[in-house]
Ligand binder design. Structure first.
Ligand SMILES: Nc1ncnc2c1ncn2[C@@H]1O[C@H](COP(=O)(O)OP(=O)(O)OP(=O)(O)O)[C@@H](O)[C@H]1O
Length: 121
């Protein structure tokens, strides 16, 4: 299992993204939200630092969603039966996504609201 080179590691990572994009509802939602945010950013004429913050939020959100989905699979594999530790692992992983989503939403509001007030005033 441990004889893959750099190219095949990249291919496996790409397969992971494709799999999540086809199977994971939350990941699909975050991809859609990221597209909306990027289009809004283009029309809002963001500064470089604002784009950097948005890219960090978007990529962080997608990464966390991928890790959360991966952890759910590992938990299901290790503990197909009901177990308190399985519940805690899944719930804490979901909580990590929630914390980052809240922070990203606040950053989005702090970036976009002043821009839109500037544009519409
Ligand atoms: N093996 C288990 N033992 C105890 N509780 C579990 C177990 N599997 C899941 N749960 C509980 O059920 C909830 C839902 O689990 P599920 O595997 O459907 O993930 P999910 O949070 O609905 O994610 P998604 O919607 O992305 O599939 C978990 O958050 C957890 O609280």
């Amino acid at each position: 299992m441990k004889n893959s080179n750099f190219t095949s590691s990249f291919k496996f990572a790409f397969e992971g993204i494709i799999h999540a994009g086809m199977r994971e509802r939350n990941f699909q939602f975050h991809l859609f939200a990221a597209t909306v945010v990027i289009i809004s950013g283009v029309f809002s004429r963001l500064s470089t630092i604002e784009w950097i913050l948005l890219i960090l939020c978007i990529s962080g959100m997608l990464c966390l969603e991928l890790v959360n989905s991966a952890l759910e699979r590992v938990v299901d594999l290790a503990s197909p039966e009901i177990h308190v530790l399985a519940k805690q692992a899944k719930d804490m992983s979901a909580a990590a996504v929630l914390v980052f989503a809240c922070a990203s939403a606040i950053i989005g509001v702090l970036i976009f609201i002043p821009k839109w007030m500037e544009i519409f005033n």
